[in-house]
Design a protein around this ligand. Structure first.
Ligand code: ZN
Length: 386
């Protein structure tokens, strides 16, 4: 049986089509198509679009996705800041808010800000709460995606196993989807700048190091949501170096922001934060240039293995340390092209982030939109309107 969602799937690309074209593409009778289109119009997800080319007589009506019909909110919670954006169903940003917010202040305070901000965004865009279809939130730590609960997040005291969707749904009873910051950054890059790329890896290099993996067009979370955690893979230069995870030799312990800052302090530089390291690199300090390039090589060592295993066509380097310019990327490329199989690197692009600081919030919105437009959601909604 062809479902309402199958008809909708054809209209999702935004291209207007006639009932006849939908009938031809699905193999359904015109009367069945008419009934499905009626349901989608009742839901507001599909709207008439101009007029079709006339084949003599009355012109056939065209239908297309109506991106303005509903809105979603994407939220990117970082260690010390948060961004929330309201988007329509095409992912276009309608309004956005930023705030300095410490994730360590706990879930009640941070999620209270989320709820208040969703209210502000609705008010500013003059949309009733009924137009809000879903909320997507990225958090700076491991998350069990199926339940939306953070799992032993190292920099998020008070958040362990907290029911994040339940708290947000007290104020907004809509689907609330949660993922880690790196996964939503990968979605954000793919949805905004690499829409034709099905196999993309995003590596975030900041206080920690992690990867978001999109393979065959889908985000890969793994069994427990820890897929892509390459910060704790052992690297050659890490011998004898202790990591905050308790192991020794981890990539993060030699190549993330705090490790670089510590080594530069040993060389007499006044650096405390990851941003200080970036500033020093940008100022052309030779020791800093040397350290960041070597960090790139260390990341490249792990990435080369990953490239051999999952064969991405694009690797995007993001996170605060990626703002230091080409030196990090140069070190990464040097080792990846040397150590990966020729066939895997033949058309591999290693590039710096294009969505930049917006990647997370756009990815969170995209995660919400994907849920709203999924066949399961469309079927449930069409059953409700009969
Ligand atoms: Zn570790």
């Amino acid at each position: 049986m062809v479902r309402t969602s199958d008809v909708f799937d054809l209209l999702r690309d935004g291209r207007p089509r006639t009932r006849a074209q939908l009938a031809e593409a699905t193999g359904l009778a015109r009367s069945t198509i008419a009934a499905r289109v009626d349901v989608l119009m009742k839901l507001g997800l599909v709207a008439p679009y101009g007029d079709g080319r006339s084949t003599g007589g009355r012109p056939p009506s065209l239908f297309a996705l109506n991106p303005a019909s509903r809105v979603v909110v994407g939220v990117d919670v970082g260690a010390t800041h948060a961004v929330a954006a309201m988007c329509d169903l095409s992912g276009a940003v309608l309004s956005e808010h930023r705030s300095d917010l410490d994730v360590a202040s706990g879930p009640e305070e941070v999620l209270g800000w989320v709820s208040a901000t969703v209210g502000q965004l609705l008010a500013e865009t003059r949309r009733p709460a009924a137009d809000l279809a879903a909320i997507g939130i990225g958090l700076p730590g491991p998350v069990e995606h199926s339940t939306g609960r953070p799992m032993n997040p190292p920099i998020m005291p008070g958040w362990d196993r907290f029911d994040v969707p339940g708290r947000v749904q007290r104020d907004y009873p809509v689907p609330v989807l949660i993922d880690n910051d790196v996964n939503i950054m990968a979605l954000g890059e793919q949805q905004t700048h690499f829409t034709d790329v099905d196999d993309l890896v995003l590596i975030k290099v900041a206080t920690g190091i992690g990867a978001g993996i999109i393979s065959g067009g889908s985000l890969q979370r793994g069994a427990q949501g820890t897929a892509g955690d390459l910060g704790h893979v052992r690297v050659l230069r890490g011998a004898g170096v202790l990591c905050r995870c308790g192991n020794e030799g981890c990539l993060e312990a030699v190549a993330a922001g705090p490790a670089l800052a510590a080594r530069l302090r040993e060389q007499g530089r006044d650096v405390q934060t990851t941003q200080d390291v970036v500033d020093l690199v940008r100022a052309g300090d030779l020791a800093a240039l040397h350290e960041i390039r070597q960090a790139g090589r260390d990341i490249g060592e792990v990435l080369a293995t990953m490239v051999n295993l999952i064969n991405p066509s694009v690797v995007v380097i993001g996170g605060r340390l990626a703002n230091s310019g080409e030196h990090l990327l140069a070190g990464i490329r040097e080792v990846v092209y040397l150590r990966s199989l020729p066939l895997a690197t033949q058309s591999l692009r290693v590039v710096s982030s294009r969505a930049g600081a917006e990647a997370g919030v756009l990815g969170a919105a995209s995660m919400a939109i994907t849920h709203v437009l999924s066949p399961e959601s469309i079927e449930a909604a069409s059953a409700a309107v009969g």
